[in-house]
Design a protein around this ligand. Structure first.
Ligand SMILES: *[C@@H]1O[C@H](CO)[C@@H](O)[C@H](O)[C@H]1NC(C)=O
Ligand SMILES: *[C@@H]1O[C@H](CO)[C@@H](O)[C@H](O)[C@H]1NC(C)=O
Ligand SMILES: *[C@@H]1O[C@H](CO)[C@@H](O)[C@H](O)[C@H]1NC(C)=O
Ligand SMILES: *[C@@H]1O[C@H](CO)[C@@H](O)[C@H](O)[C@H]1NC(C)=O
Length: 339
């Protein structure tokens, strides 16, 4: 994602550069990185049925009518289930329905499972989104100086977390945020849909994410992260709706994802200017496979911007259609404007 506007042609050449860099990395790395690759293939994740305890959101007063706030129900359910962290872990099931909610925090040894007809609807009330400090490797929020709205699904200092479903949906209802952002009405940086910080063994799979207020999936300062089978959709004109942004992460695998959004499909990051340099945490050992991307105005895979902590060992293989051209961009733009 860019903090400034560049002409389409230079954005395109930036993408070409990014792809060339990736190819170079693939071809010039030797034995050492083949080892890293093996490690990547070996880490195992908790399957859906692996938790000893489970509960449904409905048991905690959740109402899936699309208008009742479920923020308290989510937090009550997860607080309750967190007692099983060292007793086989727990799964929270979200049944069919439209579950309006503000932000909630995850716990360790935990699975959030969305039924295929479950939709999490992100609240548009700013009061439902606590404000947290800027990331230390950025020193400020990206949209504004100072704080940032916490992400819809947030976790920090966790281990063994699965966010999954049978292709259930997380709807960021981003339109209002995009308008406020464009008019300069926001006091804080917009929220993301999923942010996991300082964590390990994270799996985000088999979900559809639509209309995020800003970035969609943001693992940061984390390791052993698998993002698999995710569909990400947002208008190609929506501001900064990047797909997946691994940021100062080690050992990340992104597979079988389909992304159409208003910014880079994947943007590899590691902090901003002096803050990123001082924090000094690169993104390394990143594998991207079978990505389908439509990103008419931005990159398929961008290395940066905001990569001041460095980027090492990125492999991108077996692309399915890489669609990024001006003609298609104009067509999508025209269709969106006609709506
Ligand atoms: C979620 O975690 C953040 C950061 O640790 C914290 O500021 C916030 O208050 C937590 N939210 C709840 C509901 O506990
Ligand atoms: C989370 O981990 C980071 C890095 O180890 C540490 O600085 C921070 O204090 C931890 N936060 C909490 C809430 O434990
Ligand atoms: C998941 O849902 C999205 C949106 O409806 C759809 O485009 C995609 O094909 C579905 N994926 C799978 C694996 O069924
Ligand atoms: C995602 O769904 C596919 C098809 O239903 C299934 O084979 C796969 O195990 C699921 N992946 C994860 C990581 O849950």
């Amino acid at each position: 994602m860019k903090l400034w506007k560049t002409p389409l042609t230079s954005q395109l050449s930036e993408t070409v550069m990014a792809i060339i860099v990736v190819v170079l990395l693939v071809t010039t790395k030797g034995v050492k990185s083949r080892k890293a690759r093996e490690d990547l293939d070996y880490f195992e994740y908790c399957a859906m049925s692996c938790r000893a305890h489970s509960a449904s959101l409905a048991e905690f007063g959740g109402v899936g009518d699309g208008s009742t706030s479920n923020t308290k129900a989510f937090q009550a359910a997860i607080n309750h289930l967190s007692q099983y962290q060292s007793d086989g872990g727990a799964q929270l099931f979200v049944p069919p329905g439209k579950w309006l909610t503000g932000s909630f925090n995850l716990t360790s040894h935990f699975t959030l499972y969305l039924h295929k007809d479950a939709v999490l609807l992100a609240s548009q009330e700013e009061s439902e989104w606590p404000v947290i400090k800027p990331l230390p490797s950025y020193g400020r929020g990206r949209d504004t100086e100072g704080g940032r709205f916490i992400s819809l699904i947030f976790g920090t200092n966790l281990t063994d977390v699965v966010i999954t479903g049978d292709n259930g949906t997380i709807d960021g209802q981003g339109e209002l945020w995009w308008q406020k952002f464009k008019k300069g009405e926001l006091k804080y940086t917009r929220p993301y849909l999923i942010e996991i910080m300082y964590s390990e063994n994270i799996q985000i799979s088999n979900l559809t994410l639509i209309n995020s207020p800003s970035w969609n999936v943001h693992p940061v300062y984390s390791s052993n992260v698998l993002v698999q089978g995710i569909t990400i959709l947002a208008p190609v004109t929506s501001p900064n709706t990047d797909g997946i942004n691994p940021d100062s992460c080690t050992n990340t695998k992104i597979e079988d994802c389909y992304i159409v959004s208003g910014d880079d499909c994947i943007a590899v990051k590691s902090g901003w200017d002096q803050y990123g340099i001082a924090f000094g945490m690169p993104t390394k050992q990143l594998v991207i496979r079978r990505l389908t991307c439509i990103s008419p105005f931005s990159a398929v895979i961008a290395l940066g911007s905001e990569m001041s902590g460095g980027i090492q060992d990125v492999r991108a293989e077996t692309f399915w259609p890489l669609i990024q051209n001006q003609e298609l961009g104009s067509k999508l733009l025209w269709e969106e404007e006609a709506l």
